[in-house]
Write a new protein. Sequence first.
Length: 277
Amino acid sequence: MTGQSTDAIATRTVEPTAPLLLFDSGVGGLSVLGKVRALLPQAPVIYVADNAGLPYGSKTEAQIAARVSGLLGRLTERFRPRLVCIACNTASTIALASVREVLEVPIVGTVPAIKPAAAITRTGVIGLLGTAATIRQGYVDRLEAEFAADKRLLRHGAPELVSAAEAKLRGESVDPAVYARAAAALRNLPDGERIDTVVLACTHFPLIEDELRAAFGPGVAFVDGSDGIARRVAYLTQGQDWRRDQPDFALFTRGGSELDQLGPALAANGLEHVAIF
């Protein structure tokens, strides 16, 4: 099946226990999970982190597309979710179209929040922080052309911030210089001193928004796509019945001590059971 009508999806019949499946390369998707839970607290959730493939931002487009499509194919076959949310900007900007072509389940992707950023900037200069893979995508070019053609969009790939967010959720301390470097990289671009709005184009980055806010200083607004994603998930599942017959849980593609370290953060997000997929 190729594309599905989003109008038809909302009224399709699903099992009440069929879960939402949230997928990310790591724990960044927890920033999306929180917003989804706020709108759909009764929804059963399976959270999947492809930590064996982390980081996605340093991989080629072909590697990411093949990995994401393969994993989601196996996951949907096994767990029969009612909807899949790719809570990862890199995976979405690269693999969303191909995944939608092969999976017979509604797919919600994550794209950089350039449209809302363009609506709120006062100076007309917007900074965009993402992975190296995300910021070079034609998808981002098209969003800029459509929604910010009369603005200036400055992009910076910040892989250090992905590692920082993962470390923060493991309870580790992170050198503030990591955040200062990301801020300086945007500020040092032409017109960078006029940035008043920053798009967090990676789901990991809202997890460290407080640290980034301190690094950029006052007068800078931060936007991400999590609210819009949650609204889209709620819209596509409206009218459906929900029943949670087991606790929500998290799946990782690689084991290790990091999972124990992530335990408190996962539990705080209602994911007390962890398994390897």
